[in-house]
Design a binder for this molecule. Structure first.
Ligand SMILES: [Cu+2]
Length: 429
């Protein structure tokens, strides 16, 4: 973490520089889409991987990056054992290019283009500005006008001491527009770092919880990486309830996504920004979490950082799952209200649920082979389908999708794939 300047009792913190985490191994063989991130000047990135995964990290020129040429500065040759954490600082704006030069890893897309943007967050209600001129221009608008400015961190502060502006003759700059929905729609957990509590049949939640999260010996329950779950597994849905995994989404997927990581006393949980979890006792998307937000486990979020990582998402019959000890839904924001308020249908009384209950292994195999590729890379299709449907018809619409997926077990796969492709196209305009 970068330096935080705390001046007296005031809360005039310059935009705190952030350390971003890139799970370097997850980028290897991760589709053909370019990996790109935008960070802010002063931020740093921790490239993280295991020594046994045989990668290195080079900082290269744009052309070396484009053509995967091993020509640049070797930042870490990856020869150490255990977890490697290579931190790169970005004190200046610009475009930066990184790749792994082991074998054909770069050609397999293990590379990333990081753009470092100027710090625009100075333009905040805290009277911080990106330049002296901007601060003093704002000062002239104050009522009465405020003269002078001083520098703190990478921002300029209005006035001599604490940026006081008695009243504004003009409104403050409007906040940036919310990020458009896009690649971050997938309701996922970070693949490499999220565990669930898997229990054996007949084990109660009260017996399982201390085995996964306490000191009790692990006999009938164990914390496992979510990516190892499969249809039919029993997991804790909350500290007090057990649920069944209907299907584990994205098991074969090589996609990566942007994540927010919530750090709390004793642990962390990384989710895609619109993945819904319990914050301050309410269901809310992960991107709304901030320092001070209370999690379901009674812990408080200490800070929020971001990461790029592989994806995983077990769908459960209850619609929730205990992830690293925290109650999270298995849905993204746009559908969670409907799904979490639905007591009977679509879950748990859906055709899919029944089929995965009766035939868990074939259901998971079928999903991995036939359904996952349909939505991988085009993850907004469920959403496109349901967004055009009036609220009253959402349940029938889900039923139609559910029926189609369930039909997959009795119809030739090609027919189902064709039908799903038509169904997810939505109504013609
Ligand atoms: Cu590599």
């Amino acid at each position: 973490m970068a330096v935080l300047h705390v001046i007296g009792a005031s809360l005039l913190l310059p935009a705190a520089a952030v350390q971003h985490v890139i799970e370097w191994h997850d980028l290897y063989d991760a589709g053909s889409e370019p990996h790109e991130e935008h960070y802010t000047v002063g931020d740093s990135v921790m490239f993280r991987w295991m020594g046994s995964e045989n990668h290195n990290l080079m900082n290269v020129s744009k052309s070396a990056y484009t053509n995967c040429v091993e020509n640049g500065a070797m930042l870490n040759d990856g020869r150490s054992t255990g977890q490697i954490e290579q931190v790169v600082d970005f004190p200046k704006t610009g475009e930066f290019y990184f790749l792994c030069s082991v074998g054909s890893h770069c050609n397999k897309n293990q590379k990333i283009n990081i753009t470092i943007d100027p710090d625009t967050t100075c333009n905040s209600a805290k009277m911080m500005y990106p330049s002296k001129d901007a601060a003093e221009a704002k000062g002239s608008m104050c009522d009465p006008p405020v003269n002078g400015s001083h520098k703190m961190g990478s921002c300029w502060i209005l006035g001599d001491s604490h940026g006081a502006c008695g009243g504004m003759k003009h409104d403050m700059p409007s906040p940036p527009p919310p990020a458009a929905p896009g690649d971050d729609d997938a309701p996922c957990f970070a693949r490499g770092s999220t565990t669930a509590c898997r229990v054996t049949r007949g084990t109660s939640a009260a017996e399982a919880f201390p085995q996964c999260f306490g000191d009790a010996p692990s006999t009938t329950a164990e914390a496992v990486l979510m990516s190892s779950l499969t249809a039919g597994d029993l997991v804790l849905a909350s500290p007090a309830s057990v649920t069944r995994v209907l299907l584990n989404q994205h098991v074969p997927s090589k996609s990566t996504s942007h994540f927010v990581t919530l750090h709390f006393g004793g642990g962390e949980l990384a989710l895609t920004p619109d993945h819904v979890l319990e914050l301050d006792g309410e269901w809310a998307p992960a991107r709304e979490a901030k320092a001070g937000s209370r999690l379901s486990n009674g812990r408080t979020v200490e800070r929020v950082t971001d990461a790029r990582s592989g994806i995983i998402n077990p769908l459960t019959a209850s619609g929730t799952i205990l992830a690293n000890g925290v109650v999270a839904s298995v849905y993204p924001e746009w559908i969670s209200t409907h799904m979490l308020s639905s007591k009977l249908y679509p879950l748990p009384l859906s055709a899919c649920n029944l089929l995965t209950y009766l035939f868990p292994a074939p259901a998971q195999t079928f999903y991995d082979a036939a359904i996952e590729p349909l939505f991988d890379g085009g993850r907004a299709t469920y959403r496109k389908y349901l967004e055009v449907v009036p609220p009253a018809l959402v349940t029938p619409a889900i039923a139609a999708l559910d029926g189609l997926i369930a039909a997959a077990f009795v119809l030739p796969p090609a027919l189902v794939v064709a039908a799903l492709a038509v169904a997810t196209r939505g109504p013609r305009k």
